[in-house]
Design a protein around this ligand. Structure first.
Ligand SMILES: Nc1ncnc2c1ncn2[C@@H]1O[C@H](COP(=O)(O)OP(=O)(O)O)[C@@H](O)[C@H]1O
Ligand SMILES: [Mg+2]
Length: 487
């Protein structure tokens, strides 16, 4: 098993009005192969998938499925040839049961007038056994977590002789553990000879699951090959079109203290935490979940204030007993969960960017909206936010651009200390590098930057000092920068 090509696309082109979403894309997927399709947001991945599944008719190019060239592929043809797609929303029915979601479609498709409920349940159970999913067939889908709904969608996809299973960004809403479980299921399907295409742009996940990788950029085919042919440098270059600066952050050493904490404690969360930062420092805090790593950030921003200890900002002791205290002292904070805590996703970029500094734009009772638009435009420019303008809602932005909006919101408060928890979670590799360079620049300007992260590669590259938390205490402090320049 393995070398026989199941799907071959050559020179696929597709435009929507003036938008050239696909400009001649090739893709070759073999039976029993796990093939990752990668590329930055908007590069055409979903459009390509919809071309394979017959949802979009292509403008030109060749589609060969199982050795046969197909003209004018319709969704029903694709399904009959064994192609199944799981889109990001899974398209499951919340008010139906697990068994109904998996097997009802098949019953209806077979043109039965009455539904054989026994058969529905039996089919569903068989599919779950094959996939290795262990769900209650009578449970209503709305009761299941995202990962459960996804399993149901996979079960439904494979019951009718599936030969190619395509998953569009299947891991975005999953926890690490759920991702591992998904990979196990996918590997099982591969063993059955099913070809699998996974849209994904996270390098770590791609390394964990892919046999082959194809990279698109801006609607164009860039490269394809075995996963072993891609190291991080090549992956980044092919994804972004340029070399990303992998040089470690090496600030000029300064004796000017920016921030210091002494013996900070909060019962049950962390104990006796002391550290200091000088101008130019980007401090990393890491550790396992629950080690105190995130808890320190929340304490310094006054969400759960410390019970004892001292905090000094630019040499002066400050009290942080509430979020308001933190903001008054010009401390900015980007939480781990920007979508629920950091952003009003239905509001415009401008509303979000101005949200933490709105007082500044009041003249008496009148808001200076033209000053606000000017500030927004300059932040968009400074942070390189890709958007048609400041008035578009944040929900239309990619993860990286949304995160830049959160960062801009705090920058506009002129922070003296800026704490970021998971600053690049769910962010494209290109935008990730841009966010890192923004943080380095801010540190050089003298803003204290604290990055809380479990991404060791991110910390080693961007922080000159790293604290490892263990059981609420500082376990280790690493000076990541032996070759720092002395002033
Ligand atoms: N139905 C559509 N109508 C107009 N433009 C579209 C449509 N679908 C996608 N596009 C555009 O095509 C490009 C590729 O989009 P998409 O395939 O969704 O990218 P990806 O999945 O890689 O993020 C984008 O510029 C997007 O705005
Ligand atoms: Mg997409």
């Amino acid at each position: 098993m393995g070398n026989e090509v199941f799907l071959k696309l050559t020179g696929i082109r597709k435009s929507f009005g003036g938008v050239h979403a696909l400009k001649g894309v090739d893709l070759e997927v073999r039976k029993g192969e796990i093939h990752c399709l990668a590329g930055e947001n908007g590069c055409g991945k979903s459009t390509l998938i919809k071309a394979i599944s017959g949802v979009h008719s292509v403008d030109s190019g060749r589609i060969e499925i199982d050795g046969n060239q197909v003209e004018k592929l319709k969704p029903i043809d694709a399904i009959q040839m064994g192609i199944q797609v799981i889109y990001q929303d899974f398209a499951v029915f919340p008010n139906l049961t697990v068994a109904e979601n998996i097997a009802l479609n098949g019953e209806v498709l077979r043109g039965k007038k009455t539904v054989n409920w026994k058969q529905v349940k039996k089919t569903a159970k068989e599919a779950m056994a094959l996939v290795g999913a262990n769900l209650d067939p009578d449970m209503r889908l709305e009761m299941l977590p995202v990962a459960g709904k996804q399993m149901v969608a996979i079960c439904r996809a494979i019951i009718n002789d599936c030969k190619l299973l395509i998953l569009d960004e299947p891991t975005t809403a999953l926890t690490d553990k759920e991702v591992q479980k998904l990979w196990k299921v996918i590997r099982g399907l591969k063993e059955h000879g099913i070809a699998i295409v996974i849209v994904n742009h996270k390098l770590d996940e791609i390394y964990a699951i892919a046999d082959h990788l194809t990279i698109l950029r801006n609607g164009s085919f860039v490269s394809t090959g075995k996963i072993a042919e891609y190291d991080e440098e090549r992956f980044t270059r092919d994804m972004t079109g340029h070399d990303v600066d992998h040089a470690k952050y090496r600030p000029v050493l300064s004796k000017e203290e920016v921030f210091r904490v002494e013996h900070l404690s909060l019962k049950g969360r962390f104990e006796d935490v002391s550290f200091s930062m000088n101008k130019g420092d980007v401090l990393g805090i890491t550790g396992l979940l629950g080690s105190g790593r995130g808890e320190i950030g929340e304490a310094l921003f006054g969400i759960t204030p410390p019970e004892s200890g001292k905090i000094f900002l630019n040499g002066n002791e400050i009290k942080v007993n509430s979020v308001n205290d933190a903001i008054q002292n010009r401390i900015g904070y980007v939480s781990e969960d920007r979508l629920t805590e950091g952003l009003f996703i239905n509001k415009s970029i401008q509303d979000n960017m101005m949200a933490a500094s709105i007082q500044r734009y009041f003249h008496g009772i009148k808001l200076d909206t033209s000053e606000m638009s000017r500030a927004t435009a300059s932040l968009i420019e400074k942070l390189g936010v890709v958007a048609p303008g400041g008035d578009v809602p944040v929900r239309t932005l990619s993860g990286g651009n949304a995160q830049k909006v959160v960062i801009a919101k705090w920058l506009n408060t002129n922070p003296r200390l800026f704490i970021l928890n998971g600053p690049t979670v769910g962010v494209d590799i290109g935008a990730k590098a841009e966010i890192h360079s923004i943080l380095r620049e801010l540190a050089k300007e003298g803003i204290g930057i604290i990055v809380i992260s479990d991404d060791m590669r991110e910390l080693l590259q961007n922080c000159n000092k790293i604290i490892v938390m263990r059981n609420g205490r500082i376990g280790e402090v690493t000076d990541n920068n032996a070759e720092r320049i002395e002033l």
